[in-house]
Design a protein around this ligand. Structure first.
Ligand code: GLA
Length: 720
């Protein structure tokens, strides 16, 4: 709820609040954190220093006496770049205004809109805060309106500013590369600026837009921040000379320079923040925000199918007979959705050609893909298909007909990744072409699922339509959202999964259109524990697609028992991606049983409350739980990094259960484990002392895993 009491504005979520104070021409930010009773907040606004920038503000601009990184930086129509936005009014809105061309969260209870005006330069700045009553999230957005007679240039327009009264924060960022996405790094914020960003045209695997700020010291607390955006972004933590911390997130101002004509408005993407006393609290807040206010459409809260994907089984050699055999096997094992990956279109036999030619490859499919899809449905599975809609190969019919569709610089060599170029989707006719192609593939195959891939980053950014420096990166993302919204609207029952060379666009922007994301091309279980753990800090398991693949793993060559590969993949949306013909009879039986188990517990595994227990980052074990809302049903998983002889007992301390309830704890029977452990105990014992599983990892792990992980999964059921 939002309360306005004289000069105080208080925004409450279930356990947090943001307190702002109108003070003449400025709005001070007094507090963001634990919910406080109403009362006299004057104490919060006192500062020893009279310096203007010793204070905390709702917004900041450049040119007057605040030398911190600003929320906005403008070049005014007269060439000056001093802004002075004075507070004008605060209003409560029943619904959140749309941000032109941008996806955003939905279901906010109320929105506060603050209006600031730069009278000299005739520019208006609107800042909004939207509260969510069912989770501790507050979404923010910023718009700039040119009310003057001359052109203004926006050099920077961030989406969220948090001015905190103290220092001693650590910034947790989620960084990586292909195959090792979202590894958490912690940096202490000392004097100066720490920042992560992306300049490659995608949210990227280099730095995810999700960041966590930890207040260190006597009273630990956390603030999570994320951006509803899929392009270049920037997250800043700055400690000022006065020991204050400013947090900013938004579109990266690198190569950003947006002209704003008289009467025009620029909307920055939405950002979101969440406060908690513990990491667990902010993780839960963010999970609820994403599941309840970002993910939408037919698959929101719906059971997600168990996928079979042929990529690692066939790569480009996905011929009709091979694919049909795989589909027979997958259907026989209980899998529910067959995904035909790369290689089915144009003349595609390797990565060098055909991107953009989305017609059936008749050499591989003489009767066409629709016939394949019909055959797969007869086997009892749904049919899904892979496309990479934003790309073009030079060796393609579409390129030969429309070379101007490609994004490339006019003279000199262009940079190729995977032998392909990107489409210039800032052009409306290119977007129309893509939308037409995707809709056509979906309608002629009747596909129930689409994997939307994106396998290269932007280079040689250019369009032959006028000046682009400063606008292109953002216009590209607006183009992407335009296409995604048209396609999703035209195909409301299709399940969309986004992918970007694995997990390089794991962001809230695309999650508004596509409810699940391919987490990483690295499916090796040990590496996956790290990747999934990192992803789960800010994103719920119901967006996280996880496949069991063959061993030795195609990406890193490591081997892990198939039961552990499943135990790890079952942390998210389960799929299998392997040549089933190469599996032994025992492995196939194992897979069949895994699928039966996953179906039986699907709701809990996909939508249960995720709780992190132990972490590979901290030591030898990784552990997590999924707990039902009524606390009657839970699943706990434990993974040991490396099995060592006589390595001591494992004490499994559970969490999230009801201390008063009596539970049975049963190990999921695994094909590589002889004795199935089973216990009965009260929740308080399970959570306080934990269960001593003895040397839970036994000989079978040693034989099967040599030097990789071992794991167990437990089903916990209330007996009351
Ligand atoms: C990317 C994806 C893979 C697969 C290939 C196909 O690398 O991440 O899952 O779809 O493209 O070319």
């Amino acid at each position: 709820m939002i309360f306005v009491d004289n000069d105080i504005i208080k925004l409450n979520t279930p356990s947090t609040c943001l307190i702002l104070q109108k003070a003449g021409s400025v709005v001070k930010m007094l507090h963001y954190g634990k919910k406080l009773r109403n009362g006299n907040f004057d104490l919060l606004s006192r500062n020893a220093s009279q310096d203007a920038w010793a204070n905390g503000y709702a917004i900041s601009h450049f040119g007057k006496y605040d030398y911190r990184e600003p929320l906005v930086l403008l070049e005014n129509s007269d060439g000056t770049f001093t802004s002075y936005f004075e507070f004008e009014e605060a209003g409560l809105l029943e619904s959140k205004p749309e941000l032109a061309g941008l996806p955003a969260s939905y279901g906010a209870a109320k929105t506060l809109e603050l209006t600031f005006r730069d009278k000299r330069n005739h520019v208006c700045l609107k800042q909004r805060f939207s509260v969510f009553n069912d989770c501790d999230a507050i979404a923010t957005s910023v718009s700039i309106v040119n009310d003057g007679a001359g052109d203004v240039r926006i050099k920077r327009c961030m989406s969220l500013q948090l001015d905190l009264p103290e220092a001693n924060y650590a910034m947790h960022t989620f960084d990586g590369y292909w195959g090792r996405e979202r590894a958490m790094h912690v940096t202490s914020l000392t004097a100066g600026i720490h920042c992560v960003d992306s300049k490659c045209g995608a949210s990227s695997s280099f730095h995810n837009p999700y960041v966590l700020f930890e207040k260190t010291g006597r009273q630990q607390e956390f603030i999570a921040v994320n951006l509803v955006y899929s392009g270049n972004h920037k997250e800043i933590g700055e400690v000022s000379p006065f020991g204050r911390t400013r947090i900013l997130t938004g579109i990266n101002d690198f190569c950003f320079d947006w002209p704003l004509k008289p009467g025009e408005q620029f909307d920055a993407p939405e950002a979101v923040m969440c406060w908690g006393k513990t990491i667990r609290q902010v993780t839960e807040g963010m999970h609820d925000f994403v599941s309840g206010h970002i993910v939408r459409g037919a698959y929101k809260n719906a059971p997600r199918p168990i996928v079979y994907n042929n990529w690692e089984a066939t790569y480009f050699d996905c011929r009709m007979d091979t694919v049909q055999t795989l589909a027979d096997q997958a259907a026989g094992l209980g899998m529910e959705l067959f995904v035909l990956d790369d290689g089915w279109f144009g003349k595609r036999v390797d990565e060098s050609s055909s991107m953009g030619d989305w017609y059936d490859n008749r050499d591989k499919y003489p009767d066409g893909i629709a016939a394949l899809a019909a055959g797969i449905r007869q086997k009892g599975m749904k049919f899904g298909i892979w496309m990479e809609p934003e790309m073009i190969s030079e060796d393609s019919d579409i390129y030969r007909a429309h070379p101007e569709y490609a994004m490339r610089i006019p003279r000199g060599s262009n940079w190729y990744q995977r032998s392909q170029l990107m489409l210039d989707i800032t052009k409306p006719e290119v977007r129309d072409y893509v939308v037409g192609q995707v809709n056509d593939v979906l309608s002629r195959t009747g596909a129930e699922y689409l994997k939307w891939d994106f396998n290269r980053l932007m280079t040689d950014v250019y369009t032959d339509r006028g000046s682009i420096y400063g606008t292109y990166f953002h216009k590209y993302i607006l183009g992407l959202y335009d296409m995604a919204s048209r396609i999703v609207k035209a195909n409301p029952t299709v399940l969309f999964e986004s992918c970007a060379s694995g997990g390089a666009r794991f962001d809230l922007g695309l999650m508004c259109f596509m409810p699940q994301v391919w987490t990483s091309d690295n499916t090796e279980a040990k590496d996956r524990v790290y990747i999934q753990e990192g992803s789960l800090y800010g994103y719920p398991e119901n967006v996280m697609s996880c496949h069991v693949s063959i061993c030795p793993n195609h990406q890193n060559g490591k081997s892990t028992a198939i039961e552990s590969r499943f135990n790890v993949a079952a942390a998210g949306l389960l799929g299998y991606e392997m040549d089933l013909g190469k599996c032994s009879q025992k492995e196939l039986e194992t897979i069949r049983d895994q699928i039966v188990f996953y179906k039986q517990h699907r709701e809990l595994l996909q939508y249960g409350r995720y709780i992190r227990l132990d972490s590979f980052w901290d030591g030898k074990y990784s552990g997590w739980m999924k707990v039902s809302e009524d606390q009657n049903h839970a699943i706990a998983t434990v993974v040991v990094k490396e099995y060592m002889l006589e390595d001591g007992d494992y004490l499994f301390r559970f969490d999230g259960l009801d201390p008063e309830k009596r539970y049975s704890v049963k190990m999921r029977p695994q094909h590589n484990v002889e004795k199935v452990q089973e216990y009965t105990a009260y929740g308080d014992l399970l959570m306080t002392l934990g269960l001593n599983f003895g040397n839970v990892f036994d000989d079978t792990d040693r034989q099967e895993n040599s030097n990789s992980i071992a794991s167990r999964l437990f089903v916990i059921e209330s007996l009351d």
